[in-house]
Design a binder for this molecule. Structure first.
Ligand SMILES: O=C(O)CCC(=O)C(=O)O
Ligand SMILES: [Fe+2]
Length: 276
C-alpha cells in the first residue's frame, strides 16, 4: 500500500528528537517509494506512452512533460540520492555536482535526451547535454526564492520533480539588464526581488515524475520560484506538499569550464543549505 515516506525514512534524520521508526529496518538501504501496483506509465525504452506535454502560451520556451519518468525510474533517482548521503547533515538541503554527472542520473538524462521537442535542436543535440546538477531537498512548506538561473549556465535547463507535487511560480522580469552584468553568484538570488513582478504570475504544477524544460525566454526573461506554502491551491486543485526532491540539470558555459580546465573532466560536489 502506498504511504508517503517520511523524511527520516528517506534521508535518515529528523527535525525532532522524538522520532522513533515503527517501520522495519530495511537492511539493503533501498527504499521503494512507489507502490508498483500503480502501473508506471511512460517510457518503456522504445516508445514514450501516456506522456503529456504542456506548453504555456505566454511563456515561450517553457514545456512541462508529465509522467516522463516511470515510478521505477523515480525510485532509482531517490535511491541514488539516498546512497550518495548528500543530506546526512540535517542542515543541508542542496547538493551541487560539477563535471561528470553522478551515475544514478544517467538513465534519466538518457530519457530526457531522447524526448523530442524539449529544447530547440541546437540545444537538444549538444554534447554533453548537461554537465552540472543540483539536487534540492524541500521539507513541506519550504521553497526557493524567485530567481533566474545564473548566466554562467548555457540556455537549456531541466528540473526533474520527485516525491511530491508543488507549484512553481513564473513571473516576468521587468528589467533584464542586470542579468547580463552579473557574471558570478554574488547576491544573485536577492537581486531579482526588486526587479521582477510587474506582470502576471503563472503557476506551474510540478508533479513527481515530471520534467520541466526551460529555454529561450522562459530561461532568461522570467523568474521561477516556489513559495513557502504547505498547501498550494491552483484553480480547483489543492496540493498538500510532502517532502520533495528536485534535480536541476544544466550545462556550464565553455568559458566557465576553461577557468577550471584541470577540473573539467573530474567530478566534484558541494553540499550546503539553500540560501533562500
Ligand atoms: O526545485 C526546483 O523545482 C527548482 C530548482 C531551481 O530552480 C534551481 O535549481 O535553479
Ligand atoms: Fe532555477
Amino acid at each position: 500500500m502506498y504511504k508517503d515516506p517520511s523524511i527520516e525514512e528517506l534521508f535518515g534524520f529528523s527535525d525532532s528528537n522524538e522520532y522513533e521508526s515503527t517501520e522495519e529496518n530495511n537492511s539493503s538501504d533501498e527504499l521503494e517509494v512507489f507502490d508498483h501496483k500503480v502501473s508506471p506509465s511512460s517510457f518503456n525504452g522504445n516508445e514514450p506512452i501516456d506522456i503529456s506535454s504542456i506548453t504555456f502560451p505566454s511563456i515561450s520556451g517553457l514545456i512541462l512533460y508529465e509522467n516522463l519518468l516511470t515510478h521505477e525510474q523515480q525510485n532509482e533517482l531517490i535511491n541514488g540520492i539516498i546512497e550518495a548521503n548528500y543530506f546526512d547533515n540535517p542542515e543541508s538541503n542542496q547538493a551541487m555536482c560539477f563535471g561528470t554527472l553522478p551515475s544514478f542520473l544517467l538513465n534519466a538524462v538518457e530519457i530526457i535526451s531522447h524526448t523530442p521537442g524539449l529544447f530547440p535542436d541546437g540545444i537538444q543535440n549538444r554534447k554533453p547535454l548537461f554537465d552540472q546538477s543540483i539536487i534540492n531537498l524541500y521539507k513541506p512548506g519550504e521553497g526557493i526564492t524567485s530567481h533566474v538561473d545564473l548566466p554562467r549556465f548555457e540556455d537549456g535547463i531541466v528540473v526533474i520533480s520527485l516525491l511530491s507535487s508543488c507549484v512553481m511560480q513564473f513571473k516576468p522580469l521587468s528589467d533584464i539588464s542586470d542579468i547580463e552584468q552579473d557574471g558570478d553568484n554574488t547576491n544573485y538570488y536577492n537581486k531579482f526581488k526588486d526587479i521582477q513582478n510587474t506582470g502576471e504570475t503563472i503557476p506551474v504544477i510540478l508533479r513527481p515524475g515530471s520534467v520541466l524544460a526551460l529555454s529561450g525566454s522562459s530561461r532568461y526573461n522570467w523568474t521561477h520560484g516556489i513559495e513557502e506554502n504547505e498547501i498550494d491551491e491552483v484553480g480547483d486543485e489543492k496540493i498538500v506538499r510532502n517532502i520533495r526532491v528536485s534535480v536541476t540539470l544544466r550545462k556550464m558555459k565553455q568559458d566557465q569550464l576553461l577557468l577550471n580546465k584541470d577540473d573539467s573532466n573530474s567530478f566534484s560536489f558541494e553540499v550546503k543549505k539553500r540560501g533562500h
